[in-house]
Design a protein around this ligand. Structure first.
Ligand code: ASP
Ligand code: MG
Length: 412
């Protein structure tokens, strides 16, 4: 029988009543003839609560015990979902990650899935079980310890199961009804997309759109898993939601598919660094060793052998970057005058595979921002995206103006 993967996020299993509604949807697919693998998140808010308990108990916690605690929310919903299905006379049972087993690396709290053997679950399907309910977000390390996949990781569990079982589709049920051209809370003209290409979704997810965990999109792209994002609060239908799929499966699309933003950016500038070969290597090695995720980088024109080096990184990593630079200065590795951190910035990006074949997108983006009187502080581009760093107070305005200018409210 064909296999379907259905993933229910935290809000879709937040109460027993919602679990019942989700189970009904599963029942509909079972009736169509699918063997279903259901991946569940913890009830909404649960994982945050568990993380809070760990931090309160042990600020410098043992990451293995963090995972043991934080993974438990999913165990509860997996069992409850299986019970609910059984009450509906659908043959179902729950599986925790280690029981499958979902084999991962030992990088606790951000482990990667290495392998999902299919034999255990397939054997049960062969015996008449119709639904395997699997706790998302968790696995087991080579050392036999419980691991978790990073926040939002049950999306990745779902895609990995879809790839391993060669599922017909992987449906991600969430609290929004699909992927939008931008955040509807920022622009009232945001439009739901029927389809979006893997690469566009990957950029949007890593640029701040929160609908899917970035790694789940990476995996879907690698294994060509047809991924659908849809709301668990709307009436079921075959055309609902947004299909994330290969570029070839999209006939027409706008040059720009979406506008993403991230509030959580900081701009840091090392003022007056000695401009010599190897200086960038030294600075960014020190930052990377300190675990700072640098995104944009600008090196200014040198004057009299000194230059300014600017980069952006998440606001939460500013303190770490400051410490690393101060240590490098004390150790005589880097010589600079001062380090300035500006945490009042935001990143706004336009994304679209159409940029590969259309010129002028960057110029248009800059004209739109300039017409609104918004100063651009840093720019970066890739083949299919352009990002700018601007003052945070202009973020909403920039998103709205770009959404209007690229006419994202209209389909191609
Ligand atoms: N419950 C986990 C989290 O909140 C995993 C997930 O829901 O995807 O991050
Ligand atoms: Mg999520």
């Amino acid at each position: 029988m064909p296999v379907l993967v259905m993933k229910f996020g935290g809000t879709s299993v937040a109460t027993l009543d919602r679990i019942r509604r989700a189970a009904k949807r599963v029942g509909v697919e079972v009736a169509k003839g699918y063997d279903v693998i259901v991946i569940v998140s913890a009830m909404s808010g649960k994982t945050n609560e568990l993380v809070g308990w760990v931090n309160e108990t042990s600020p410098l916690y043992d990451a293995r015990e963090y995972d043991a605690v934080v993974s438990s929310g999913e165990n509860v919903t997996a069992g409850l979902m299986a019970l609910t299905l059984q009450e509906m006379d659908v043959p179902a049972r729950s599986w925790q990650g280690w029981q499958v087993p979902v084999k991962t690396t030992s990088a606790h709290s951000s482990a990667r899935i290495e392998e999902i053997p299919t034999d255990n679950i397939t054997a049960k399907f062969g015996e008449g079980m119709r639904v395997a309910v699997v706790a998302g977000f968790q696995g087991v390390s080579p050392e036999g310890r419980i691991t978790t996949l990073g926040r939002g990781g049950s999306d990745t569990t779902a895609v990995a199961f879809a790839a391993a079982f060669e599922a017909e589709r992987c449906d991600i049920y969430t609290d929004v009804d699909g992927v939008y051209t931008t955040d509807p809370r920022v622009s009232a003209k945001a439009r739901k997309l029927d389809k979006i290409a893997f690469e566009e979704m990957l950029e949007l997810a890593s640029l701040g759109a929160k609908v899917l965990q970035t790694r789940s999109v990476e995996l879907a792209m690698r294994y060509n898993v047809r991924l659908r994002v849809l709301s668990s609060f709307e009436e079921p239908s075959d055309v609902a939601g947004t299909l994330v799929c290969a570029e070839e499966d999209i006939m027409e699309s706008n040059v720009v598919a979406g506008v993403a933003y991230s509030r959580d950016e900081a701009k840091m500038t090392l003022v007056s660094v000695a401009d010599r070969p190897g200086i960038a290597a030294t600075i960014f090695t020190a930052l990377s060793d300190a675990g700072v995720n640098v995104d944009m980088i600008v090196q200014n024109i040198a004057e009299e052998g000194r230059t300014d080096m600017t980069w952006s990184c998440p606001t939460t990593e500013v303190a770490r970057a400051e410490k690393a630079m101060a240590e490098a200065k004390d150790g005589g590795v880097i010589n600079y005058q001062e380090l300035i951190a500006d945490t009042d910035v935001a990143k706004v990006s336009v994304v679209g595979i159409g940029m590969r074949s259309h010129t002028g997108v960057a110029a248009k983006m800059f004209r739109v921002l300039s017409a609104e009187g918004i100063n651009i502080r840093v720019i970066t581009t890739s083949e299919i995206k352009i990002s700018v760093l601007i003052d945070r107070k202009y973020m909403e305005l920039a998103v709205q103006a770009l959404h209007d200018a690229f006419e994202l409210d209209k389909a191609a």
